[in-house]
Design a protein. Structure first.
Length: 145
């Protein structure tokens, strides 16, 4: 075993470690901290993608969710929102929302609006619009991603 220029122990080139089981967004730091505290180089380890990276990342860990913000009731839009007292980060936007492109910037605005870029694709059990992979790629190339 040799020591690198920063003083950390490095395994011979024919040896290495792989850690994948039990990995999640917090355990990476824990493993690297354990290596550092024992003066082993991080170059000794390769991280695999265990099930935790596939199954334990969700809308809460990613701070992302689709939520109902309005309901059409008797021809009138009614605001819907949620504001949990235990986690204000889960507070939702309120009202009928539109995606608009103004001044080169995409933003959410109060709807309904004629310039809304969002279009219904599914409603009441019916598919209203489908997109081919080429159409999706074309939209992404135009900067609509």
């Amino acid at each position: 075993m040799r020591t690198n220029t920063k003083g950390f122990k490095v395994l011979p080139p024919h040896l290495g470690l792989i850690q994948g089981d039990g990995m999640n967004d917090e355990s990476f730091g824990e493993v690297l901290h354990a290596l550092r505290s024992r003066r082993y180089s991080a170059s000794n380890i390769g991280f695999g993608m265990g099930g935790g990276l596939l199954q334990q990342l969700d809308r809460d860990t990613q701070r992302f969710a689709f939520k109902c913000s309005a309901a059409l009731r008797d021809g009138q839009w009614v605001d819907v929102s949620k504001s949990p007292a235990t986690d204000l980060g889960k507070r939702s936007k309120t009202g009928h929302l539109a995606l608009v492109h103004e001044g080169g910037i995409y933003s959410t605005a109060r709807g309904p609006r004629k310039d809304d870029l969002l279009v219904p694709v599914y409603e009441s059990g019916r598919v209203l619009r489908t997109y081919t992979l080429d159409e999706v790629r074309s939209a992404a190339d135009r900067g609509l991603s």
